[in-house]
Write a protein that binds this ligand. Structure first.
Ligand SMILES: C=Cc1c2[nH]c(c1C)Cc1[nH]c(c(CCC(=O)O)c1C)Cc1[nH]c(c(C)c1CCC(=O)O)Cc1[nH]c(c(C)c1C=C)C2
Length: 574
């Protein structure tokens, strides 16, 4: 993969700010393409890996693994980069696959108004009658079916509207109840965000385009079903590259094909830990942890270098300055804008960046001895409309960790829902769940609940919602500060202005990657690092091209799949 056409003088001393998954992946991809580059990774914290963090906790019959941040990855789309990374880091054997046919993949719940409701979708054992019964009898969906049918007749938005919230978009087309009772739950599960603030243009791209181009979302969906879906030429090129032969072990490839999500025996923290280990073995890569960068400036009279300023521990001594040929910033938009804003002019240029907010999430892990304390499924999300008496903790949702990470491989092998090792070493199956608190509900709070308060809140929530009265044998709370950037209304315009300012000011020497421009997930972070490194040679790049470039859409024709019988007798689509 090494590409020696990169001029040594231009690229030999890169600096990466931020040692989370995006920073680590950027260093990894960079070291593959430009092996002679001497890379320095800066992180303000003592620990690398950002909010990928997994910890084994001792209980009386073994250990259980608690995830403080993201816990599973999807294999499709940008997920291919994660599966390649797993292969390249030698972690194939440690991968746990949750099959697409498992309840974790097919059963999703919302809690409204005072009970769990399975979101109607096809699944083994679920009949059309079951789906219709839920749609017509559950208060969550009351009146929504006819709004769904009528959506095709609602006038499209005025062509002058440049952006609006997802809440406003759905409410115009299907009514407020669809937003507050159902769609808000989904926005909690992905962005921990407020549907009335998140941008439809940035986060609801297909429905937003369908309305403008086809007149309604239903028309767009129908056209996609008949003619095939559209994708950008950038995504098509990526998909074609990822289709090239790749040396996975055959069983890993096969398991990935049937997986809905995957994780690792040591949790997703194992991915960042293994990446750190690999990078540490490379003599050209050095880490500066506990090192907060306080300013980032071009070197005066030198168009090919950037200076990183680091305050020293001694308040009386001068801060340290380190020069780099270019910088990759993977820190949050607010932190980046603060280290760039060394003058009033720069502050003005980067004010759009400073306006990208982030939310904080408290994840509370609970482990109970008794198994099956929740219904089979991925977990549940709590929509905005759930009465406060049912959710005084203002929780966003609850993940049933047992569903994707079995405690005991033998027990789950019986059900056939998972392939791979077990995360937990306990001798008897218990129940492991994570309660997610905070997000947009905590916007503007001067102080957040303490860890102990978080655990108490999580316990009272699961007692009310799931009837779990027993004390957990292990519990942990983690406050993930400002962990999910919010793509609020006007986000794309803010990214555009940031792109222009970066290009004008730094001419390609400062580029950005991370979860704040084109997706908040781990897979999106890997993709942003991958694209940035591949496009490094392009003059004046910023890392934000995927958002700001003119998108060319191409239709991908539907290929009719054939159902064939495999050697093990199961049917599969080819
Ligand atoms: C840990 C908190 C996170 C919340 N959202 C994200 C994280 C990491 C990011 C995210 N979550 C999901 C997606 C969609 C793509 C996908 O992988 O499915 C993204 C980008 C979906 C998702 N939501 C929850 C889970 C377990 C998943 C699957 C992937 C993952 O491990 O995150 C549950 C959940 N996440 C959040 C809340 C509040 C929540 C509640 C049950 C916030």
């Amino acid at each position: 993969m090494a590409d020696l056409s990169y001029g040594p003088l231009l690229y030999d001393l890169p600096g990466i700010i931020g040692g989370g998954i995006t920073g680590l992946a950027s260093a990894y991809y960079l070291s593959q393409i430009i092996p002679y580059a001497k890379i320095t990774i800066y992180d303000a914290r003592p620990r690398l890996g950002g909010w990928l963090s997994s910890k084994g906790v001792d209980v009386d019959d073994g250990t259980v693994l608690f995830e403080a941040g993201p816990r599973t990855l999807r294999p499709l789309g940008n997920g291919i980069l994660a599966s390649r990374l797993i292969h390249e880091l030698g972690l194939e054997e440690d991968t746990i696959f949750t099959k697409s046919s498992s309840p974790a993949a097919t059963n999703r719940f919302i809690y409204y108004p005072d009970h769990l409701v399975r979101v109607p979708s096809p699944a083994p054992g679920v009949t059309v009658f079951d789906i219709l019964y839920t749609l017509f009898t559950e208060p969550a969906f009351k009146g929504l079916w006819w709004r769904g049918v009528a959506e095709g007749f609602v006038h499209p938005r005025d062509a002058t509207v440049e952006d609006e919230s997802i809440g406003s978009f759905i409410s115009r087309r299907m009514g407020k109840d669809a937003v507050n009772r159902v769609a808000s739950a989904l926005m909690h599960g992905i962005y921990a965000g407020d549907i009335w603030k998140l941008s439809a243009k940035s986060l609801f791209e297909a429905p937003w385009r369908f309305e403008a181009e086809e007149g309604s979302v239903s028309e767009g969906v129908l056209k996609t079903m008949i003619e095939g879906r559209e994708m950008t030429t950038r995504e098509r090129t990526f998909a074609e590259m990822m289709r090239a032969p790749y040396p996975y072990t055959p069983s890993f490839k096969e398991n990935m094909k049937h997986a809905n999500v995957f994780t690792l025996k040591g949790g997703l923290g194992q991915l960042s830990d293994a990446l750190v280990e690999k990078l540490r073995r490379n003599p050209n890569i050095s880490f500066r942890t506990n090192t907060a960068v306080s300013a980032l400036q071009p070197v005066p009279n030198d168009a090919s270098a950037m200076t990183v300023t680091i305050p020293t521990a001694e308040p009386s001594s001068e801060p340290l300055s380190v020069n780099h040929t270019h910088i990759i910033s993977t820190i949050s938009p607010s932190k980046l804008s603060s280290i760039l804003s060394t003058t009033d002019e720069l502050r003005a240029d980067f004010s759009p960046l400073a306006q990208i907010p982030s939310v904080s999430v408290m994840t509370v892990n609970l482990y109970f001895h008794t198994p099956n304390l929740h219904p089979p499924g991925f977990g549940y999300l709590i929509p905005l409309a759930t009465p406060i008496t049912q959710n005084p903790e203002m929780a966003l949702g609850v993940v049933f960790d047992t569903a994707y990470a079995p405690h005991h491989s033998m027990a789950d092998a019986e059900f056939g829902h998972h392939v791979g090792p077990a995360q937990d070493t306990v001798s008897k199956r218990g129940t492991k769940i994570t309660v997610m608190l905070g997000g947009h509900y905590w916007d503007g709070w001067p102080v957040y609940p303490s860890k102990d308060e978080g655990i108490q809140m999580a316990r009272s929530l699961v007692e009310r919602h799931l009837g779990i009265t027993e004390a957990p044998v292990a519990a942990a709370a983690n406050l993930q500060s400002e962990c999910i950037p919010q793509y609020t209304v006007g986000h794309e315009a803010r990214i555009r202005r940031t792109h222009e300012a970066l290009k004008r000011r730094y001419k390609g020497r400062l580029r950005v990657a991370g979860n704040w421009a084109r997706g908040v997930g781990v897979n999106d972070c890997l993709r942003s690092a991958w694209d940035l490194v591949r496009e490094l040679r392009e003059e004046g790049g910023t890392g934000l091209e995927a958002v700001v470039e003119e998108k060319k859409w191409v239709r991908i024709k539907r290929v009719k799949k054939k159902r064939v019988e495999r050697d093990d007798g199961e049917k599969e689509e080819k």
